[in-house]
Unconditional design. Sequence first.
Length: 431
Amino acid sequence: MPADKLLITDPDTGSNVELPVISGSAGLPTVDIKKLPGALGYFTYDSGFAATAACRSSVTYIDGDEGILLYRGYPIEQLAEQSSFTEVAYLLMNGELPDASALEAFRQEIRYHTMIHESMKTFIGGFNYDAHPMAMMMGIVASMSAFYHDSLDIENPAHRRLAAVRMIAKMPTVAAACYRHSIGWPYAYPSNALGYASRLLHMMYSVPAEPYEVDPVAANALDLLFILHADHEQNASTSTVRLAGSTGANPYACIAAGCCALWGPAHGGANEAVLRMLNEIGSVENVPKFMERAKDKNDPFRLMGFGHRVYKNFDPRATIIRKTCHEVLEKMGISDPLLDLAMKLEEIALQDDYFVERKLYPNVDFYSGIIYKALNIPTNMFTVMFAIARTVGWVSQWLEQCETPETRIGRPRQVYTGDAARDYVPLTERA
Ligand code: ACO
């Protein structure tokens, strides 16, 4: 049993304080440091929040040493094998798996909200055709608070749920519209007879002039990728959603903030960066050269798709997706030299002392890009795909935050390194 309090003593003054230790249902015990500044006059410093819990949450659990990922207690491997993205969305939002009628009611609720306001198309049309789809998506999601006034009262549980369902339902429609705008195709309406992933593929690739059949292999692969990306505890984008949420900002603004944080190459932008990196490496012979660059501290190059803040053993999503990646390419009859290159890179990195010592393993994004490429999804849409899936996690975490009485505005402290107070010097007296 871990101690239920920690005694901290200031060696200078001899003063001490007992800090309570919080034990969750799993994971390391966590010291509640709230009393520390008042009692001893110290803040704590934790750059990048590597050791700091900012909330209590029952949505997702990760054990980085053991490579465990649970959504509401269910192992990701079981959900990937047996569930669907829509069912996982229900689970994350509501905490329990639905029975058959609850699942159908949820599907219907989502179908009801798949269309977007017609004026949003005009808004999308205002972007230049070569705008990055992720840039468009960030703007469109933020604009939803201007279109859907009937779900902005965050004190009202019905409004909160409506906003959450709306975002899950509309993200694929927005994503497809951004894509089609960038290639000059007319926007496609959602086809509600199709499932979630098939509907997205249909909106991306169908043309008014021809019938279009969604490839079930592609739809199943996409559904699986969405399950794997649905939530991941307090990662950078989810923490951004929560920080925005803590101010009382409306849900569309909070999810837009999450989209912005997701786009960075250290986070959701990594899948796009992996493909760019593989193209840059070009062929297996060049791998050693790039490995040396990745290890050189004077070179900004990093092996994209390797390493993770929390997983220091393996990323369980990467294990699932690696297998799927091979299956998809085989079923679709695709022989991709980039996959051979990726396999070689993985093999070399896993034996290299630098990567072994630092516990740098391939993460989920190392493989997701290769699958997206096989599904004909353009590279600049990869992070948009991630955003569609992660919307489920963002809204679930935001709903939980709204329902948690102890939620306060997020307001980190700092270690000030600037000048001490000094007097203003008039312009005429400055040297
Ligand atoms: N290539 C080369 N070296 C690396 C890499 C990498 N991909 N990742 C980490 N390192 C090295 C660092 O240089 C550092 O070395 P040092 O101890 O000698 O200084 C050590 O490993 C620890 O790295 P940090 O940057 O401190 O680890 P952190 O937890 O802060 O970062 C991150 C994790 C951002 C994922 C990092 O590993 C990275 O940049 N990876 C590539 C981008 C990527 O794939 N991101 C996707 C993450 S998964 C997701 O968001 C879905």
